[in-house]
Design a protein around this ligand. Structure first.
Ligand SMILES: CC(C)(COP(=O)(O)OP(=O)(O)OC[C@H]1O[C@@H](n2cnc3c(N)ncnc32)[C@H](O)[C@@H]1OP(=O)(O)O)[C@@H](O)C(=O)NCCC(=O)NCCS
Length: 144
């Protein structure tokens, strides 16, 4: 793992890598996202286009986020989650800012960056420039 990038003048450190499978599963669960199995989490942490996470002073993974993408033009933000014990300290914003900087640095011009905005994340996403696509385009999901 590359050395962590200091995430501000505090004890949190942003790492430009995925958390472990166990940490990914834990962070989704404690933040209230739908629970995922280790079998699902393994490919998730291995195959994302960009992934970062934040550790606290004790070394615990307390925030994360990732982008799924083809590297050409289509990028999808997912798994934006902060441990509730560490929310409202700017970690979600740091994760999103880092992910979007990756798009700026590594993607060709005119990227299409999407996400499914659960209610807790909407103020953050709006503040970063995301706009709703409805009614022109509606998010849809298929569950099997
Ligand atoms: C969304 C989430 C990741 C934000 O994480 P966070 O580390 O608390 O975010 P930040 O401290 O960087 O706050 C970012 C912005 O989000 C908004 N925000 C965060 N928590 C909020 C709350 N409880 N109520 C209202 N707005 C809130 C604020 O606009 C804040 O901007 P500010 O910096 O001007 O205060 C976190 O609330 C979370 O994990 N929620 C549960 C999982 C989830 O729903 N994720 C989104 C999936 S689409």
């Amino acid at each position: 793992m590359r050395a962590g990038i200091p995430a501000g003048g505090d004890a949190y450190v942003l790492h430009p890598t995925a958390p472990s499978v166990e940490e990914y599963v834990r962070l989704r669960a404690v933040s209230g996202l739908s629970p995922r199995t280790p079998e699902q989490a393994g490919p998730a942490v291995a195959n994302s286009w960009a992934f970062c996470h934040v550790r606290d002073a004790a070394g615990q993974a307390v925030a994360m986020g990732r982008i799924l993408g083809d590297g050409g033009w289509y990028f999808h933000v997912a798994d934006i989650a902060t441990d509730p014990a560490h929310q409202r300290r700017g970690l979600g914003r740091r994760v999103m800012t880092w992910l979007l900087a990756q798009v700026d640095e590594r993607a060709p011009a005119d990227p299409y960056v999407t996400l499914m905005a659960d209610e807790p994340g909407r103020p953050l996403y709006r503040s970063l420039g995301f706009v709703e696509t409805a009614p022109h385009s509606l998010g849809m999901v298929l569950r099997r």
